[in-house]
Design a protein around this ligand. Structure first.
Ligand SMILES: [Mg+2]
Length: 339
């Protein structure tokens, strides 16, 4: 059977059945942002891994070696953040084409290490091997969370509101601009907006502090980070929580530079926000009466705005996208397709 027939998530489901076996320490297994195992009575160890492959996740004509390293590390930090945890220790495995220079490899590690230092974790080992063609950077990261602060994709309840941090679609808009610049040599955006759009893609910032404030509130239901677009992430929450959801198009927070990019390139801004990858914002659910307090405290402590973009529905109502005029259609939970 071809991988394309079942897709990435179909494959994960099959592999989950293949490897699952009872484990007394296991609290959260395959299918969340990170796995969680009980190591001491009230602390959980979080484990996650992400691989970046040349020409799939990055392009050496667009991304510097330092940016490749930074992006590899923050993708993992964002997953630990989405579980309510703090990142701890990283193992880096890197597959290097023989044509690469020592200085270039050091730049990748410079980017990895800069992100590790910024978010309080440490690189403690890994593996270095040759690759016949493409550069591959794989990060495995541990984290820690106290048991009462653990949050999964499975905790959403009917009636909860769906909130997001920051703005969506920016990273995809930035990538679209970088591709345009690479192929035509010009960027149609004014300088300031260009820098904003570009940096959202090149130097993503995981929402670790925001996640900590949200879990500290004690009101949170489910949480996930945005690596494949809002629609896909809401789909994951709905599936793991056994609920439905609706997303209100006009409430989705979109930055001015993203609007400008969409306008310039003639692409749908909604598509950027719903299906665009790697914003590394957080999507979480919270009971209606908790939203105001959480929004206020996150903004006060971190300066990051929280937007309410939808509501959790009973499972039978499925996934719904509501337009500004109240028109409803099925929310297509489709992020980046690997297979
Ligand atoms: Mg994730």
């Amino acid at each position: 059977m071809k991988l394309s027939r079942i897709g990435e998530f179909g494959l994960i489901d099959r592999l989950e059945r293949l490897v699952s076996h009872p484990d007394e320490q296991l609290v959260v297994g395959i299918g969340d942002d990170a796995a969680a195992v009980r190591t001491t009575p009230d602390r959980l160890l979080l484990l996650t891994a992400d691989v970046l492959v040349e020409r799939v996740h990055f392009d050496r004509r667009i991304h510097s070696f330092q940016q490749i390293g930074w992006r590899a590390m923050v993708a993992n930090i964002s997953d630990i953040a989405a579980m309510g945890g703090m990142p701890k220790h990283a193992l880096i495995s890197i597959c290097l084409p023989g044509s690469m220079r020592v200085e270039e490899v050091e730049e990748i590690y410079g980017g990895l290490n800069a992100a590790a230092q910024e978010y309080g974790c440490a690189i403690i080992g890994g593996d270095t091997v040759t690759s016949p063609r493409d550069l591959v950077v794989s990060v495995a990261l541990t984290g820690e969370v106290s048991e009462e602060r653990l949050v999964t994709r499975g905790g959403a309840r009917v009636g909860d509101l769906i909130c997001v941090t920051g703005q969506l679609g920016g990273a995809q808009a930035g990538l679209a601009m970088l591709r345009l610049l690479e192929s035509t040599g010009t960027s149609p955006l004014p300088e300031e907006q260009w820098v904003q759009a570009r940096d959202r893609h090149l130097w993503p910032r995981p929402r670790l502090r925001e996640a900590q404030e949200v879990v500290r509130s004690g009101r949170i239901g489910a949480m996930i980070d945005v690596s494949d677009g809002l629609a896909g992430e809401v789909g994951h929450i709905a599936r793991r929580s056994g609920v439905g959801a609706e997303i209100w198009e006009e409430k989705i927070p979109i930055g001015p530079q993203t609007l400008r990019v969409a306008e310039q390139l003639g692409i749908s801004v909604l598509e950027l926000a719903l299906c665009g990858g790697e914003d590394f914002e957080l999507v979480f659910t919270i009971p209606t009466d908790g939203v105001r307090d959480v929004t206020e405290i996150v903004f006060r402590k971190t300066g990051t705005k929280i937007s309410t973009v939808g509501k959790i529905l009973p499972a039978g109502e499925g996934l719904v996208q509501v337009s500004s005029k109240g028109k409803k259609k099925t929310l297509v939970a489709e992020g980046f397709r690997h297979f």
